[in-house]
Design a binder for this molecule. Sequence first.
Ligand SMILES: [Zn+2]
Length: 193
Amino acid sequence: MNWTKAALARLAAEVRENELKANPYQRICPYDLADLYGVAVYTLQGLADSGCPPEAIEFFTSVRPEAWSAALVPNGTGQFIVENDVHTHRRRRSNIAHEMAHLLLEHEFDRILFTNGKRGCANPASKEMETQAAELSGELLLPAAAARRAAVYGLSDDQVAERFDVSAEFARWRLNVTGARRIASRTARKKGG
Ligand SMILES: [Zn+2]
């Protein structure tokens, strides 16, 4: 399916509001989202205790654990997520949001999708799906509306990161890609002039 950026923003806003009861300016928890959609999240370190199928454990521990952050695993008609819990809390949140974005977009894929911590999958099923998932996860964790407001208030990347519990790099990406910084500086110039 073809998703415009506007359509992805609307989908994120709907999910945030209807499922997570969050307005566009509030922080959300991607783990709650997984929970609401009945998607189990297993941690690498707790795989055996959490009842993850043994074949999956062998697979994940044989793939270099340092090389991946999270994986979305097809499981019958559903999916589950395995996350590498040695990574930082903020990186983990963004990984889960990314995997949930693929799921919300009903992307069909024939493989286990791996993220490597660079805001996306290391082995995307298609470039288009990957772009959509990145954009949707961005809107879920830090909506464009919130980025614009933060930029107008003159918040730093770190302050925005703190508020939305994302990495500074993630905040910077959203503030730039949404045009928030550009719009804020233009508005400031107008006011000044
Ligand atoms: Zn992906």
